[in-house]
Design a binder for this molecule. Sequence first.
Ligand code: ASP
Ligand code: MG
Length: 428
Amino acid sequence: MFCAPKCVLVTGVMEETMARIVAKFGGTSVADLDRIRAVAERVKREYDAGHQIAVVVSAMAGVTNDLVALTREAHALHDAREYDVVVSTGEQVTAGLLAICLQEKGVPARSWLGWQIPIRTSDAHARARIEGIEIEEMERRFSDGQVCVLAGFQGIGPDNRITTLGRGGSDTTAVALAAALKADRCDIYTDVDGVYTSDPRIVTRARKLSKVTYEEMLEMASLGAKVLQTRSVELAMNHRVPVQVLSSFDEAVGSERPGTLVVDEEDIVEHEIVSGVTYSRDEAKITLVQVSDRPGVAAAIFGPLADANVNVDMIVQNVSEDGTSTDMTFTVTRGDLDRAIEMLNARKDELGFTALVPDADVVKVSVVGVGMRSHAGVAQRMFSALAERGINIQVISTSEIKISVLIAEEFTELALRALHTAYGLDAA
Ligand code: ASP
Ligand code: MG
């Protein structure tokens, strides 16, 4: 269903002949009618330049949150199918409004809902995955010179009911559409002008990255840098969709591409060892004291958590001096903490721990970079930088291109700045 893009990357600049573009505008970019008119103006410029363009829109800023709140108010344990019926409506409004604003500017435009394309998804309501996009009608509209405006975040399940793709899902709509249409570019317009080396609100010397690899972006997205939905980066990587993150509040368009390009590793000539320092506050730590040290204990602890859909992230185990018991420490998301505690306490006798110590005042700080694969001493630099500031590391985990540490939340800012400096990322 998805095919490789036909885009050409020439020294990092997209060739600007007649291109096929998917442009996605997030909630803040369509927050009110003035913003929607500004989006229409931008789309018109691309259209006038002779490009084929499909636009994917989010709901107006805040609307999805309000709709989610309404479904909860109606009933705390609401039916996921009906949740999807309600929360998918935000995008319908913006798609229609943008089509009207485009028409008003003389651009032939037509709005489309997920089921009309159709965008076929799995039946996992509220977090459905796109399984296929039928593009025939869109192709016809393109050849008639029409602009297609598509409601993001929604599709149609196997039972013909409306589905949504999980919060932030219109990024995934855009990337999947770009893959299906073999678009030359997928431009993701948001309220920041690209992907930064760290959170600029905390690290004032953070720099915008002109390029970042799919893999790095994937790590950063799942670590909490909320620029792109994680699933959309996965899709972009698998289908080699050239994604660009840029600001709709920025006036520069056309050949001057001011955003961050998400690209293949081969397309980046000079790698920093570390490309970004990120953090996630959505962490909680649980320590089980003096668990008996025998085969099957880890399975007995983590099995039931997995069955209850509690995602365990970092894990450390310390064997005691006498070798008969062990302390088991691990992290879960804050939202899952209470459920995890309850579940473990219910199995206290079976697991044989003497105490359960929860701690929600922790943060996970990570450094990410494909350059780590070919450099030694990257972790050491992180540990030294934190040690010099007297920051204690509670848990460590690593992957090929990432090192994460769990520290006390009060040190978040200090740690981010120290690491940003230690890896030479500070803006001049
Ligand atoms: N409107 C949806 C949300 O807020 C989807 C999106 O904006 O990507 O999650
Ligand atoms: Mg978003």
